[in-house]
Ligand binder design. Structure first.
Ligand code: PMP
Length: 431
């Protein structure tokens, strides 16, 4: 497989774009690659690079692409929106429609506000929680990534950890001091934090199912206890469902797990691949946002017609009953194929975490239930695996901290091809 054009484009990019990429997670540095692959076209479960190599895509654009690329219903909705003018700066009917679809499927979101990214959704939820409680501190869990706002880049997950910078430069100590970080699934550390700082805590922020150090499930009672202790302390519970909403079923992970927050941050899938974010929650809390209340939050592009139309089309398609059955069936197939391949190479210890159509393969002997275990997992093996898969036309996220995402467009044939590629990769890694 030749990558001449990607190599050339990367040279050119480095000259004008910082590091040659517009998001560090796209870099191949963590997997030892000299350049990232430049894609030029995508359809269904595949994309094609500038050298016309085809790949089965398990990146899913880091989450939003759940229907597959260029799904006709979404494409038509975007075309129609573009023909009617892409931005008005006035309210539109489409905003009401998507907001109602979200409220109907994520019941804790009584009132909603659209923003442009997951980062903004989390940042705004925290602002609301701070205003509502009159407190400053937040609790987050190590390895959970919540976007790149100052406050949540403390002990953050996938992107920053991959590059070996747990905290970003440029964040004042005074801000970092307002963030308490505890390990995921560690209730005794969590309770300790609440005992120590409970009266100062505005919100506890958590991914109800982790997507940012691979797929990690909350253990029995974890979220329930987080909710109970947080509320007892007079703080608000914020679920970051930017990855999880509509990923595993039609609605939030909160509905799936039957445990509900006060506020929810949304993004990715709800925009059908166009820029979007949203936050929502209890009406009495959300009504603190301008123009009703004193919390300021705004956006020129927020609720823009193209993102709304793409989001509506995406959710309409996802609402068909067979959607999540398909993702579960292919997910189970992929998991069992990778497990069998791993069983044939006992020298390579592998852990697989999966829920529905999302999974992560870790090169580790220990089960993965918190971030430290992912840090300790074998980065070199992952880098080698990534390269061997890429050469066989299988595109995985270039980081051991990311999940594989299946889409509605993936077929059994794609999964079988992928399993054969995994078998070959594992065999090569043994030598
Ligand atoms: N929260 C979570 C759980 C995320 O996974 C991400 C992005 N990967 C964000 C927030 C930030 O979203 P965005 O990149 O759209 O700002």
């Amino acid at each position: 497989m030749r990558h001449e054009k990607s190599r050339e484009l990367y040279q050119e990019a480095q000259d004008v774009i910082v590091g040659g990429v517009n998001s560090p997670s796209r870099s191949f540095k963590a997997v030892g690659g000299d350049y990232p692959i430049f894609m030029k076209r995508a359809r269904g479960a595949y994309f094609w690079d500038e050298d016309d190599n085809r790949y089965i895509d398990y990146l899913g654009a880091f989450g939003p692409i759940i229907l597959g690329h260029a799904h006709p219903h979404v494409t038509k909705a975007i075309q129609r929106a573009a023909e009617n003018g892409v931005l008005y700066g006035t309210p539109t009917r489409l905003e009401n429609q998507l907001a109602r679809m979200l409220r109907d499927s994520i019941s804790s979101c009584e009132k909603i506000r659209f923003v442009n990214s997951g980062t903004e959704a989390v940042m705004s939820s925290i602002r609301v929680a701070r205003a509502y409680t009159g407190r400053d501190k937040i609790v987050k869990f190590s390895g959970c990534y919540h976007g790149h706002a100052d406050l949540v880049l403390v002990a953050a997950g996938s992107g920053p950890s991959t590059l070996g910078v747990p905290d970003s430069a440029g964040i004042p100590e005074s801000i970092a001091r307002d963030v308490i970080t505890v390990p995921y699934n560690d209730l005794s550390a969590f309770k300790q934090a609440l005992k120590q700082w409970g009266d100062d805590i505005a919100a506890v922020l958590v991914e109800p199912i982790v997507g940012n150090f691979g797929i990690v499930m909350p253990e029995e009672g974890f979220l329930e206890t987080v909710n109970e202790w947080t509320r007892k302390a007079g703080a608000l519970v914020i679920y970051d469902e930017v990855i999880t909403a509509f990923r595993f079923h039609y609605g939030g992970a909160q509905n799936l797990l039957n445990v509900f927050p006060d506020l929810t941050a949304l993004g990715k899938i709800i925009g059908g691949g166009l820029p979007i974010g949203a936050y929502g929650g209890r009406a009495d809390i959300m009504d603190n946002v301008a123009p009703l209340g004193p919390v300021y939050q705004a956006g020129t592009m927020a609720g823009n017609p193209a993102s709304m139309a793409a989001g509506i089309a995406c959710l309409e398609t996802l609402s068909h009953p067979e959607t999540y059955e398909h993702l579960e069936r292919l997910g189970a197939m992929l998991e069992s194929g990778i497990r069998q391949a791993a069983d044939n190479v006992p020298d390579i210890p592998v852990q697989i975490n999966r829920l529905g159509g999302a999974l992560t393969v870790y090169f580790s002997r220990e089960p993965i239930r918190e971030y430290g275990a992912v840090e300790r997992s074998d980065s070199e093996r992952f880098a080698q695996f990534h390269q061997l898969m890429l050469k066989q036309g299988i595109y995985l996220a270039p980081s051991k901290y990311e999940a594989w995402f299946l889409t509605l467009a993936h077929t059994e044939e794609d999964v079988n091809v992928t399993i054969s590629a995994v078998e070959k990769a594992f065999q090569r890694m043994c030598r």
